[in-house]
Design a protein around this ligand. Structure first.
Ligand SMILES: NC(=O)c1ccc[n+]([C@@H]2O[C@H](COP(=O)([O-])OP(=O)(O)OC[C@H]3O[C@@H](n4cnc5c(N)ncnc54)[C@H](OP(=O)(O)O)[C@@H]3O)[C@@H](O)[C@H]2O)c1
Length: 283
């Protein structure tokens, strides 16, 4: 079976390639990105494909039976929605039999510049156009939270605009779930949710960090305006401030307050807890 992984040069893509090599050593893997040299380093076939040059994707996706589309991290308003739409359209045009798209927990209709717009539009395109499709919505990366903790530890405070629980998932667990879909059967039409074993509110997250690190660490709920001012003062450009506020909105309305058993079902092993991820990070 010939399986394509777009974004194979990135962290989630490379982790998916590693999981596929482990669980489906006979599969022919094709990595697609704008930097094929990085993909070749993974020991798989590499093809050039740029979401911003859709014609390159028709060639890159040729002959694939299954394809994982991992969105780029381009936060400019509306860009990822167009990229995702075009990539799915080109995969269908190229005759890919089954397209898998990684999305975000809680995705729903939203307008630019809200981040949910960048996931909702491609999800809709996928359901409308692809012969066979699967969506893998992911929780907040444990790794992203750990980066935030690293930056916040000196001040001893992690802020958010609400205390709503958030689920955190390790990137390798998302990758293992994606690999399970790509080599498995019976996943057409399913929307899976790759989550860690529990969702934690802000107070519980801060207490966990304090317990694991042995350092003082507290949670602070602040207003949207305070959060926005803080990001602007740190020098973030306005479109990134909007993107980060969008994540806070996704959190506060409970978009990430979702816990499923999908990682274990798809990967055949339980997901890492946030506590384990924090301990491994050696903060
Ligand atoms: N749930 C969360 O908390 C969370 C946090 C962060 C990110 N994410 C999402 O998770 C996904 C992957 O994350 P990651 O950690 O693997 O990110 P990453 O390491 O930055 O990888 C991004 C990948 O996208 C590719 N890419 C970027 N622009 C492209 C373009 N124009 N055309 C084709 N490929 C392009 C990159 O390849 P080249 O540069 O080689 O083309 C790279 O392989 C992204 O969708 C991101 O938005 C989720």
């Amino acid at each position: 079976m010939k399986i394509g992984i777009s974004g194979a040069s990135g962290k989630l893509g490379a982790a998916t390639v590693a999981a596929l090599k482990l669980h489906a050593p006979d599969a022919q893997l094709v990595g697609i990105s704008r930097s094929p040299d990085k993909v070749s380093a993974l020991g798989i076939e590499a093809r050039f494909g740029d979401f911003d040059q859709p014609d390159s994707l028709t060639t890159a996706f040729a002959g694939l039976e299954r394809l994982l589309i991992i969105p780029s991290g381009d936060m400019r308003p509306g860009v990822r929605a167009t990229q995702g739409h075009d990539a799915i359209q080109r995969a269908v045009d190229a005759g890919v039999g089954h397209v898998v798209f990684t999305s975000a927990l809680g995705t729903r209709a939203a307008e630019i510049p809200h981040l949910w717009q960048s996931y909702f539009v491609p999800e809709q395109t996928l359901m409308r156009l692809a012969k066979k499709w699967t969506i893998l919505r992911m929780a907040y990366y444990a790794e992203a939270f750990i980066d935030e903790v690293r930056m916040s530890l000196p001040g001893g405070v992690h802020a958010a605009t609400s205390n709503t629980p958030v689920n955190f998932v390790a990137r390798d667990d998302v990758a293992a779930a994606a690999a399970g879909i790509l080599v498995g059967e019976g996943h057409h039409g399913a929307i899976y949710q790759a989550t860690g074993p529990s969702a934690l509110d802000g107070v519980a997250r801060a207490a966990l960090v304090a317990q694991v690190t042995g350092k003082r660490f507290a949670f602070a709920a602040i207003s949207d305006a305070q959060y926005r001012d803080g990001l602007a003062a740190a020098g973030l450009p306005p479109f990134l401030v909007d993107a980060v506020l969008g994540i806070q909105d996704m959190w506060s309305v409970g978009g990430f307050d979702v816990t499923t058993g999908d990682v274990e079902r798809l990967a055949g092993r339980p997901p890492q807890s946030l506590e384990d991820a924090l301990r491994s990070a050696q903060l």
